[in-house]
Design a protein around this ligand. Structure first.
Ligand SMILES: [Zn+2]
Length: 121
């Protein structure tokens, strides 16, 4: 019996023998972050807006802490990319703005931070 471990950094799935030598890092990217059990999944029902609140807040938080945790955006955007395969909802502010820009007749969109500076979204 093998276990399948999902690296949250590169999304690589590695099969390991639970009774064998412990995995010290991801063989794909050498990340030492805690992997997920690739077969331990959940299904839940949320409104699109609830999902967007969770995912946009998570991506904003990851961006806010990236100086101390440089892997945080990679991990969060990897999860969002995976979630995005099952929904057409924009799951990040970047995608929300891109969808807005793609709407007919909208044209250029400028996003300001609360301090009045322009973001790179
Ligand atoms: Zn990896």
């Amino acid at each position: 019996m093998t276990a399948r471990l999902l690296c949250l950094h590169c999304r690589n799935v590695t099969e390991v023998d639970p009774d064998g030598e412990p995995l010290r890092c991801c063989p794909g990217c050498q990340s030492t972050g805690v992997p997920a059990d690739a077969d331990d999944t959940v299904t839940l029902t949320l409104t699109t807006h609830e999902l967007r609140v969770l995912t946009i807040w998570a991506s904003n938080w990851a961006e806010a802490i990236k100086h101390d945790s440089p892997d945080a955006p990679t991990v969060i955007y990897g999860i969002l990319d995976e979630a995005g395969r099952t929904t057409s909802a924009a799951l990040s502010m970047r995608q929300e703005i891109a969808d807005l820009r793609a709407m007919p007749g909208v044209g250029e969109v400028t996003v300001y931070r609360s301090d009045g500076t322009v973001t790179d979204l």
